[in-house]
Design a protein around this ligand. Structure first.
Ligand SMILES: Cc1cc2nc3c(=O)[nH]c(=O)nc-3n(C[C@H](O)[C@H](O)[C@H](O)COP(=O)(O)OP(=O)(O)OC[C@H]3O[C@@H](n4cnc5c(N)ncnc54)[C@H](O)[C@@H]3O)c2cc1C
Ligand code: FES
Length: 263
């Protein structure tokens, strides 16, 4: 077990759609009913399913915020199920399972968060909970993508932006922004938390080699709670771990390809 498994009680429940905000054609904000008393922490996820289609299967989504009675998810529309979430009737009832996975450990001290696009979801949960001690480096493709998500981002005093096309914030990839941030001395952090496309996470882990860094993996999953072995990832000690249970949050140097085994 990499981070020490937190044994949250997993529940399955029927959940009314309380709110659906279409940020753009591509991004949705869903607020869904949740039973009180569930211990959702940043980095954990839910398996979300919209019944009514016999081919429908649950899909994993990071929790972006949790209050007693509801959960917020940031969903990027990429395929069959996420299109159904965008287009379903407003009174739809989903099936939810959670809390799933192991959350980010949160050491004392300043935290550096690095994320891109929809990978920001679990980092925004961290930013809400630890607002006084986080700096978020956020990457977007364009200013339009940034503006569509601006409503859910922390204030700019805590966030630095990069856009691939240079139309807002620093031009280039969020990894280039991180290089600039480190070169400018912005490196007095206790730990870093990262979520986004895998090449971005590899690069961030390399740049932050001397800082304890946790990455949240968004690989393919099926059951979401440890029985199907459909989500295993290779560790640097050559063992396998289940991303849905021991992860999705892993310390980067314990994952094959991220740490010292990568040269
Ligand atoms: C722990 C975890 C947390 C996640 N959190 C979020 C989140 O907060 N917001 C969000 O929008 N998405 C998140 N995802 C990804 C999300 O689960 C997938 O985008 C979703 O399952 C796609 O379903 P679909 O039926 O719309 O797409 P499909 O029709 O199944 O696939 C459409 C396309 O997306 C690709 N794809 C599907 N799933 C994944 C995946 N897991 N990784 C990479 N490519 C994929 C497929 O290869 C295909 O090209 C998370 C995944 C994991 C494992
Ligand atoms: S998704 Fe089934 S074991 Fe992880």
């Amino acid at each position: 077990m990499q981070n020490g498994r937190i044994t949250a009680e997993r529940q399955v429940w029927s959940s009314r759609l309380l709110e659906r905000l279409l940020l753009t054609d591509e991004y949705l904000l869903l607020r869904l009913e949740a039973p009180g008393g569930l211990d959702f922490r940043p980095g954990m996820f839910v398996n979300l399913q919209l019944p009514g289609d016999r081919f429908s299967l649950p899909r994993p989504f990071s929790v972006m915020s949790a209050t007693d009675g509801s959960l917020q998810l940031l969903v990027k529309v990429v395929g069959r199920e996420t299109r159904r979430f965008r287009d379903c009737p407003a009174d739809s009832v989903f099936s939810l399972a959670g809390p799933l996975g192991t959350p980010f450990p949160v050491p004392a001290g300043a935290l550096l968060l690095v994320g891109g696009g929809v990978g920001l979801a679990p980092l925004l949960f961290l930013a809400q909970q630890y607002r006084d001690r986080v700096t978020l480096l956020a990457g977007f493709r364009t200013a339009a993508e940034y503006e569509s998500l601006a409503a859910v981002l922390p204030p700019l005093s805590q966030a630095l932006l990069a856009t691939d096309d240079g139309s807002a914030g620093s031009p280039g990839l969020v990894t280039e922004l991180l290089e600039q941030h480190l070169a400018a001395g912005g490196c007095d952090y206790a730990a870093a938390m990262v979520c986004g496309p895998e090449p971005m996470m590899y690069r961030v882990a390399q740049l932050l080699r001397s800082l304890p860094t946790w990455v949240s993996l968004e690989n393919y999953m099926a059951c979401g709670y440890g029985v199907c072995m459909g989500c295993v990832v290779a560790m640097s000690d050559r063992n396998l771990s289940r991303a849905c249970c021991e992860g999705p949050v892993f310390r980067s140097d314990l994952l094959q390809g991220y740490g010292s085994d990568n040269g």
